[in-house]
Structure formats: C-alpha cells, structure tokens
Write a protein that binds this ligand. Structure first.
Ligand SMILES: NC(=O)c1ccc[n+]([C@@H]2O[C@H](COP(=O)([O-])OP(=O)(O)OC[C@H]3O[C@@H](n4cnc5c(N)ncnc54)[C@H](OP(=O)(O)O)[C@@H]3O)[C@@H](O)[C@H]2O)c1
Length: 238
C-alpha cells in the first residue's frame, strides 16, 4: 500500500507517517521544511519519497502532488494534514488571509487532485484533518471557519463519490487538543499525546470511518458545543 501525507514535517502528520511506514506502507511526505522531511525519511523503516510543497502556492503544490504520485507509481491513501492558525491578540488581516490560503484554498487544491486521481483509478481513500474547532465559530474566527469548510467539503466529496458509485473512502478527522506546536498556551485541556492521536487516526483510516473525533472523548465536547445556546457559547469561548 502507498500513502501520501501532506504536511508531514512535524506534529500529527510526522507521527502518522511513522505509523504508516511501520505498517509497511510506502510513504510520500511533504511540507515546506525539507530538512525535517529528510530527517524523517532517514528514520522510516520503509521506502519514502520527499516532496517540497507550500500550499500557499497552489500551482506549485498541485504540480508537486502530481509529480509525487507519478514518482511513487501510484497511491492508495492521501492524508491532507497541513494546517495553520494564529492567536495574535492584535488580530491582523494577514493572519486571516494566511489561514484561508493554507486551510481552505490549499486544502481544496489537494483534495481536488486526490479526488480526480482516485476517480480515474476507481478506488482510494482521502483523509482530511479538520478540527473540533470546525463544529462552531470561535475567537480565532478564520481558523474555526476554515475547519468548518474542511469538514463540509469532505462531506460533499463523500456525497459525490456515493452518487458516482465509486469505491473512494472519505474520512473527516476532527482532533481536539493534541500536544504539538499548534496547541500551546492558555485554556488548553485534555491535550492528547501526539502518538495517541496518530494511533487513533490510523485506526480510523483502517476502518474507513466517515467522521472521527480524536481522541474519542472529543465527540462528547462536540455534542455539548453544538447544543449550547449562543449566550452560553459566547461565554465559554471568550
Ligand atoms: N494540535 C492540535 O491541537 C490540533 C487540533 C485540531 C486540529 N489540528 C490540525 O492538525 C493538523 C496538523 O497540525 P499539528 O497540530 O500537527 O501542528 P504542526 O506540527 O504545526 O503541523 C502543521 C503541518 O502543516 C504544515 N504546513 C503549514 N503550513 C503549510 C504550508 N503553507 N504548506 C504546506 N504545509 C504546511 C507544516 O509543515 P511545514 O511548516 O514544514 O510546511 C506541518 O507539517 C492541522 O491541520 C491542524 O489544524 C491540530
């Protein structure tokens, strides 16, 4: 089996690449920090292909993904893990635009290439890393909105492939807090070790789950967040 992890330089993506390689997958790993990709490549037990990719540059990323698929002589699983979000209290416009560029536009470009590739092949599995943040709005407004987009896009793709009768699986992964560079600072609770999060994501991939919360207890938080009336919700979020 062959898997590509988009955003494998650090955190969840890096850990997932290790687990997939341990399971015998040939892996393709991408991101901007090539030195980290090369150190991961040296660590992995199985065959590994490295591809430099900056999702802000859509054309470059699309070309790089297509080239990576060609170099690997095909792929069965594409995990779109790259994501960004900033908690700058000054709330500058540029941070919103950067978040949208990676989490929305970049994500869409990768998912679209994956969809067309697997449609032609007649099978495959697309996994997108969304977030518990996608369940409702939040003070880092563009981050929550971008993850709502990811979840909605994946549900749309799932409807699309069902309508076509193709055997393409679509998985929406919604992590709560995971102990990576992205989840540091105040107000963080139930922060899962990255190894545990990646292991649960691997299980969801094997089971071809449609939607999964990581870790499992975050399903309960999602339920509470969805049910909370706005007056209570804004207090919880502020
Ligand atoms: N940690 C959490 O608590 C948590 C919770 C919910 C959801 N998530 C989601 O999980 C995913 C992984 O995040 P993480 O927690 O593992 O944080 P991380 O260690 O910061 O990983 C982020 C990954 O995204 C890649 N990336 C960022 N900007 C990119 C760009 N312009 N082009 C290509 N790749 C880019 C990074 O690679 P380069 O910097 O090398 O490009 C890195 O591999 C993200 O989508 C995040 O939103 C995380």
């Amino acid at each position: 089996m062959k898997a590509i992890i988009i955003g494998a330089t650090s955190g969840i993506g890096r850990e997932l690449a290790k687990l997939l390689s341990d399971e015998g997958y040939t892996v393709g790993i991408s991101g901007r920090r090539t030195a980290l990709l090369e150190s991961l490549q040296a660590e992995l037990p199985g065959e590994c292909f490295v591809s430099e990719m900056d999702l802000v540059d859509v054309q470059q990323s699309v070309e790089a993904l297509n080239e990576l698929i060609e170099k690997m002589k095909g792929v069965d699983l594409i995990v779109i893990n790259s994501g960004t979000g900033s908690i700058d209290p000054d709330y500058p416009l540029q941070n919103d635009l950067d978040t949208i560029a990676v989490n929305v536009t970049g994500f869409t470009a990768m998912a679209n290439v994956a969809y067309h590739y697997f449609s032609e092949q007649g099978s495959g599995h697309i996994v997108g890393i969304s977030s518990i943040a996608g369940v409702r709005g939040g003070p880092i407004a563009s981050y929550n909105a971008s993850k709502a987009y990811v979840s909605s896009y994946l549900e749309g793709l799932a409807c699309r492939v069902y309508g076509q009768g193709t055997s393409i699986a679509i998985t929406d992964v919604r992590p709560g807090f995971v102990d990576t560079a992205m989840a540091q600072g105040e107000g963080i609770f139930w922060r899962a070790p990255v190894e545990k999060a990646a292991s649960q994501i691997l299980d969801a991939i094997k089971d071809k789950k449609r939607v999964v919360y990581i870790t499992k207890r975050w399903r309960l938080i999602a339920w509470i967040l969805k049910a909370a009336p706005h007056q209570l919700y804004r207090k919880l979020m502020s």
